[in-house]
Design a protein around this ligand. Structure first.
Ligand code: SF4
Ligand code: SF4
Length: 312
């Protein structure tokens, strides 16, 4: 196992174990991480919250909630610096995707369909989900549809191995069904569209993915060193066509909403054409002023420009 991959697995497993043992650790006054994958507090100081969950709760409960508001801002700052790291380094679903991907015979077929859903798909989806929460007074997506919440329910159940006094969550059967349905959907669709839930349906992942457009941590390209061997394309966990979409297009970095920052493309590149980089503030300023940075960002730019023209 390559170093980044090993580190990712260790962090994913450690996160689950720490959540499982949180009640025991509190008893011994060692609150390393308390809460769940959706909302947590590290060392009793820094709060993090899934932005979708925070927005939904505000809309559903219709009153400011102090902890999620502060945690929301902390999360924004973290992802503005690192980008979509949650999906590659924390989310347990990534373990399933990795093993399932290894079972598939042909990896090259993963690049056969790269479809980016447009805002025409996502805007109605957000309106429906948030609209349901407003009218039902319940954060419906977070409580009933988000697979990350369901993993948290399972982790909570497993924590009873360490703390038998904690009540078994009532939603356990429901959580297992949602997780299994997500797995089944992905297994069925994966022959034409790998990692479907993660890349196109999971609202949490999509929101985190948009931070890749702005994050300081990025994957730098030196196209002069590239021999077009194709190894980066082959290993990419989220089937990004790195060569055709970024290297051949003369881009200087990979800023893709699908990138989960696993860094495996960097590890396999034999010529160091790909590397980790923190965007300097000077470059960042130039980038921020230039919305025509990538196809996805350009699409958002055109969409809002057209809306403004229609309204004027
Ligand atoms: S692995 Fe490196 S050398 Fe090979 S195509 Fe990708 S960037 Fe180019
Ligand atoms: S582009 Fe590189 S870092 Fe991003 S998901 Fe693909 S392999 Fe991982």
């Amino acid at each position: 196992m390559k170093p980044f991959n090993l580190l990712r697995r260790l962090l994913q497993v450690a996160t689950v174990l720490l959540f499982m043992m949180q009640h025991q650790l509190i008893i011994y006054n060692i609150p390393i991480i308390v809460g769940s994958l959706v909302s947590s507090k590290v060392l009793n100081i820094i709060g993090f919250v899934d932005p979708t969950a925070a927005i939904e709760k505000l809309l559903a409960y219709k009153q400011p909630i102090v902890f999620p508001t502060i945690a929301f801002l902390t999360t924004l700052v973290l992802y503005l610096v690192l980008g979509r790291v949650f999906c590659g380094w924390i989310c347990p679903l990534d373990i399933f995707y990795s093993y399932f991907r290894n079972l598939r015979r042909s990896r090259s077929s993963s690049h056969s369909r790269i479809v980016y859903f447009s805002l025409k798909f996502y805007i109605p989806m957000f309106v429906v989900i948030f609209g349901m929460s407003i009218f039902a007074y319940i954060p419906i997506y977070t409580n009933y549809l988000n697979v990350i919440t369901m993993f948290s329910v399972i982790i909570n159940l497993l924590s009873q191995i360490f703390s038998p006094t904690i009540a078994i969550p009532a939603k356990i059967e429901y959580a297992i069904i949602v997780i299994l349905l997500t797995f089944i959907l992905d297994i069925i669709v994966s022959t034409v569209y790998p990692r479907f839930w993660c890349r196109r349906i999971c609202i949490t992942g999509i929101l985190y993915g948009t931070f890749n457009k702005l994050s300081l941590l990025t994957l730098k390209i030196n196209d002069k060193l590239c021999t077009f061997c194709g190894r980066c394309d082959e290993v990419c966990r989220t089937s990004i066509p790195i060569i055709s979409k970024y290297i051949k297009m003369g881009k200087d970095s990979i800023r893709d909403i699908d990138c989960i920052k696993c860094f495996e493309c960097i590890e396999v590149c034999p010529t160091n054409a790909l590397s980790l980089s923190f965007t300097s503030l000077r470059t960042y300023k130039k980038f921020s002023l230039n919305p025509i940075y990538s196809d996805d960002f350009f699409f958002i730019y055109r969409f809002f420009r057209r809306s403004l023209q229609l309204n004027s």
